[in-house]
Design a protein around this ligand. Sequence first.
Ligand code: NAD
Length: 340
Amino acid sequence: MSTTITVIPGDGIGPEVTAATLDILKAAGAELEYDTQHAGVGALETHLTPLPDETLDSLRRNRVSLKGPLTTPVGTGFRSINVAIRKEFDLYANVRPALSLVPGGRYENVDLVLIRENTEGLYVGVEHYIGVGNDPRAAAESVMIITRFGAERAVRYAFDFARKNKRRKVTLAHKANILKYTQGLFLEAGREVARDYPEIQFEDRIIDATAMALVMNPWEFDVLVMENMFGDILSDLMAGLVGGLGFTPAGNIGLNAAMFEAVHGSAPDIAGKGVANPSALLLAGCMLLDHVGQPEVADRIRASLKTVVLDRTEATRDMGGSATTREFTQAVIRGLDAAG
Ligand code: NAD
């Protein structure tokens, strides 16, 4: 049975990589219907708001979405729509796979998944200045919020993910040696959850040591879970291990909704030129297919994508080639037959 999903093409290169992704999903036989909606700077121009009610209604209705990158004005203007959507739908687990695909990346055979708690920590944005004497901004304070509820559900998601995907180990990275209350609570909650999954190896590590170990020997790890800001930083580090943001998708998962996206932004420098690499959004589309129960279609797309990337004849500019988005897309579509 076909699943209807909300599609938000987004800003900058968003519409180009979204069109490429939908072409490939269609050619691969994905049973999806698309409810296309606007958000971001484009929506501000057409709907006078960066997050129109129609878009929110569609997300509420369909519960599963594929989202292109959205431009966020720096310093002024509206706040991040990505963050607003995550909050509105309580998308508490950010799933960031890092899989070696591109030859010439720093490491071969890396296959890691980081689960980042997506709603708490320092990113709740509880911060303010403290005035001293004549200086109203002499100091600044930010509050890290960790709840047992938030920590437990993120760690549980990591273990459920490990179980479902036959992963062997979960590493919880933290800084409980210094931040004994907040990070300590995250660790305590994690240790409790781990007891329910005796077949999966569990370890905890200090975040800074984890960063070094990831660079020295990434194969030591499998699934990693951590609070919001640590996850934000280490997930980009992990993208760097496997060839950069051009190939990095993300899932934002809640109890009743899920949003899949590329990790990269709207790339205004190449927008409209037809040279963007659609791989990250395509891989996000594959995560979406896994999520809605069409993993065989996802596997075929991943196999074809891998062949095209390894072959290098149709490499896009960021991969060191000169193929256009369209040429790359057509190559992936042609490769689907060989992929089964
Ligand atoms: P960016 O990821 O858009 O671009 C960084 C560099 O990578 C640029 O040189 C760009 O050309 C290149 N690049 C990115 N994606 C590419 C692709 N698919 N193919 C080829 N090259 C690619 O980061 P930025 O310039 O810092 O951000 C631009 C805008 O995107 C900002 O407004 C930012 O807020 C927004 N952003 C949105 C998201 C999101 O919606 N999830 C994520 C990150 C940034």
